[in-house]
Write a new protein. Sequence first.
Length: 365
Amino acid sequence: MPRKRKEHKGDGIPSPSLKSAPIKTREGFRAGELLFFALAALFTALVCVSAGSVNVPLKETFGVIWNAIFSLPQPDSTSVPIILSVRLPRVLCVALTGAALSVCGGAMQGLLRNPLADGSTLGVSSGASLGAVIAIAFGVTFPGLPLAGTMVLAMAFAFLSLVIILGLAYKIDYSLSTNTIILIGVIYSMFVSSILSLVITFASDHIRSITFWTMGSLLGASYQNALVLLCALAVCGTVILRYARELNAFAIGEENARHIGVPVKRVKLILMIAVSALIGVCVSIGGSIGFVGLVTPHMVRMIVGPNHKRLLPASLFGGAIFLMLADLVSRVILSPLELPIGVVTSFVGAILFVVIFYRARRVRA
């Protein structure tokens, strides 16, 4: 009876493609999970629009928004302009910013295989902050677009930062390894921080507004800002979600991902550009808001698992919920005074991050 021939890696068998890669993860995002996160985000948004220095009943808030969507007559109430002109655009911007920062953080943690990574690890957030601070300090404007100076310079410096960081990393390490990119990003962030201090020193007249902005704030956000954030999230977020399967492959290591057919260098570049663009837009509108992209993916991962086909969509909703609640706290905790939202996210995020890692350490033990 003929014996079956055992197959070995050296038998000349071609490497499997990504579609046949032996990555055992659960299927993509489930409809039940999508519905749960979507309803949670909508309910959180409704609560955040209703609450504030002047509380409005949830039913009345829902009715005003419903009438506005379908162009129905509004009730004769003082709450209508508060809801439609002040709170709703702000909550929309907060939700979109949180979703964007969170999905960037989830993508970077998967790409760099580092639980401490988020979009700002690249140094792009610091670069965007520098561009925005320069615009504020020196009154940079564009003809016909007086409010676009901050956004344009923030996005330009975000892309410039990406070019500098990747260029230096490429010179040092041709393979663009994860450790090299993180190291260059940290060094670049420290360098930019020193330049920020220098710019603030020469812009004493704008020191208050710059300081408030660097702590993160979406005070005065408009529907135009929400539209810009929505467009950026639609484009860059779609690119990031498109590479969820490749991010799953990165979990087994870059070398193994390369062997199963992942174009490692190209995927890295595309994801980094998408993350950089999205962070640049968020920073230009809301300032520096920390810990959202660092903490939210960890919390979401406890619910849906490590599969990026489920983790990234869940991070979108989780980040929106987290930042909306942080913004609500910043508005009501010291009412009528308002805290910068970045102060709240840093305080809450630091505590949550310690708790998450303590629990993870106990599970491993």
